[in-house]
Design a protein around this ligand. Sequence first.
Ligand SMILES: [Zn+2]
Length: 465
Amino acid sequence: MTRRQLRSRRYAAAVGVACAMGLLGAFPAGAESAIPPSGAGDPYFPLAGNQGYDVQNYDLDLDFTPATHALAAEATIAARATKELSRFNLDYSGPAIERILVDGRPATYTRDGQELTVVPAKHIPRGRAFTVQVWYRGTPQPIDVPDLGVYGWINTDDGAVALNEPDGARSWYPVNDDVRDKATYTFRITTPNGVTALANGERQGEPRVVGDRTTVTWAMRQPMSSYLSMVAIGAFKVTDGRVGPLPNITAYDPAGEDGTDLQATTAEAVRWEQERFGRYPFGSTGGIIDRVGVDYALETQSRPVYDGKPDELTVVHELAHQWYGDSVSPKTWADIWLNEGFATYAEWLWQEDHGGPSVQSTFDELYANPADSAFWDVKTADPGRENIFDYQAIYLRGGMTLHALRTAIGDEDFFSLLRVWSAKYRYGNVSTQDLRHLAESISGKDLKPLFDAWLYTAAKPATAG
Ligand SMILES: [Zn+2]
């Protein structure tokens, strides 16, 4: 079973035996005093993220010219030291750095691959809040990796769009690229007059025009993982609507297909999802249709980005991620099924509710894949880095796992679980074990055998629930 339109960061072609052990071995263990290691410990992305500090806020001042794709930027990072720091690392593979200040004093720095090592003039004591300012200038480039595709900063015909999943934020700003280090964001975007600049969250005040350039400010006030941060710059037709009290800001590129529908489809999906998943977690919603050329949509926080006009199920999927993925995020990429399984299950529930096939028949059709089929070849939890966007293992079998869980614990406990999961872990990070423990506490059942069979075994489960 395949769908024509790719849905949120999936590449279905990669099927193979999961193998993350080599990467595990590459993670540097231990640390000298006051020198934290250069990764946060994710086995799939051992260099991503850093230790020794916790970011509170990113303030990104981006001056961008679409005609030349030239960026002049200042990133101000407000962080708190979690240990004494004689130096610290940021993830960064963007354009040339001009200078760095730590707490207003010049700092020295070195770059090596994606690691930016900053040495402040004075040690930063444990527990101290500190500010890093980085000035940089040039043309950011996307990241293009086999199995993960093209992501990060992507220059377009009329501007640029940033789609960071999984570790693309470093292509356009210095970042603690650890899915667990959520922070608030302010985006101050300056462009030639007449260009539209969008980002996560809500606009702050009116655009400021100085000569032939306009600055618009957006802010994401709820905690956000860096892989969900987004800007979209170019020609856009913007609609400001509402879903109840919630601002619904949608936009589409007028050079592409007419995207007027996105406003109404987004409103309908958010309304329907709030009834099932609980309170919408962010201060606004919406969506952006651009011509990006990557063939996927991404659930960027509060405002997904669609590469071309999406079908209704894609909108339902990306907006379901606002609860499952964006607000409640995995602790490690090995648990990405917690994002994609829930968003896929939301599609199935929506279809059943809107005259399509029942969830049970969707499940049955997939479960009919024979035991020797490649459909069952990759584990759903801990699938290996090369398989994190595997459509069958992560999306479809992730959704099937939730249906097997529903069959085991019953509708009442299952739909309660969906709501408690999104409320209890709002703005937090979770693991598969957290889900099992919550499901067990709600249902009073031992669910280890079910989780083992559906998530940790690369084989067809013997029973459907
Ligand atoms: Zn998705």
